[in-house]
Ligand binder design. Sequence first.
Ligand SMILES: [Zn+2]
Length: 140
Amino acid sequence: MMAEIQHPLPNASWETRGYWEGAGRGEIVLQRCRSCGTVQHKPRGVCATCLSGDIEHFVASGRGTVYTFTVTNQNMAKGFAEACPYVMAYVTLEEGPRVLTNIVGCDPDTVIIGMKVTADFATQERDDGEAFAVPRFTPV
Ligand SMILES: [Zn+2]
């Protein structure tokens, strides 16, 4: 069993706090524009389509499909070196947005484009009272 990636601890801005807090609860939280219906990620203060500031957050399904991926076999950065080989992927969420993430819980050689995946969350100790997590995905 390979080591898990030790991600840098997320910091929340006013735009991203809803996303990180949702991840801390084990939820993928996305934004929807109340004016035009666009679902967007990354979190922003305005709609990327129509520039409306009338944005709501909602809990997404956590389900998606591998759009593309690469297997990282060498990374000297602390927290990542121990986890090689690991899978970096773009996952297209059921709600539309595409997220850069990791695929975990399987042999990297078994990951394929089009694979159905579901969200999973990596939590780490932190000393500032925040309860954030880093979303990643596992095969269904
Ligand atoms: Zn909009």
